[in-house]
Ligand binder design. Structure first.
Ligand code: DQA
Length: 149
């Protein structure tokens, strides 16, 4: 069985492509999923790509990924800035999470400058538009191919 990487997307990311394109670009979540699936597949990894507008779904999916030993690329959307439940899901399940954002949240409103996820994430990539997801995947694949020290 191929190892899996779970890509989890939070609220309103189902609207990518039409949602504030000046901030988030014109690519849809399906476009990103297709690209990541191809890249991961070429490296021998499966991608499980999910989106939910509901915090509890994301909590369940983080726990599930951790249980199965899958690394997570997580764009928690606005829950990034508010959700103690997501943070606790990551720290409580020892999930290996790379936090991603399309936009540079630090160049935006003050309420976006705080991430409750970042302190429990293995890494954070933001501000590259949809390429943030690709960069996170490349990072995970490069790490996976490094000899264990
Ligand atoms: C986002 C940034 C968040 O502040 C916002 O609520 C989103 C998208 C991003 O990818 O840039 O929904 O996570």
């Amino acid at each position: 069985m191929k190892p899996a990487i779970h890509v989890l997307n939070g609220p309103n990311l189902n609207l990518l492509g039409t949602r504030e394109p000046e901030t988030y670009g014109r690519e849809t979540l399906a476009d990103i999923e297709a690209r990541l699936t191809a890249t991961a597949g070429a490296a021998g990894f499966d991608i499980l790509f999910r989106q939910s507008n509901h915090e509890g779904d994301l909590v369940d999916w983080i726990q599930e990924a951790a249980r199965t030993g899958a690394a997570i690329i997580l764009n928690a959307g606005a829950y990034t800035h508010t959700s103690i439940a997501l943070r606790d899901a990551i720290s409580g399940s020892n999930a290996h999470v790379i936090e991603v954002h399309l936009s540079n949240v630090h160049a935006r409103e003050d309420f976006r400058h705080v991430s409750l996820i970042a302190p429990v994430a293995a890494g954070v990539i933001l501000g590259f538009g949809s390429l943030s997801y690709d960069l996170a995947l490349h990072g995970l694949l490069a790490k996976a191919s490094q000899p264990k020290s």
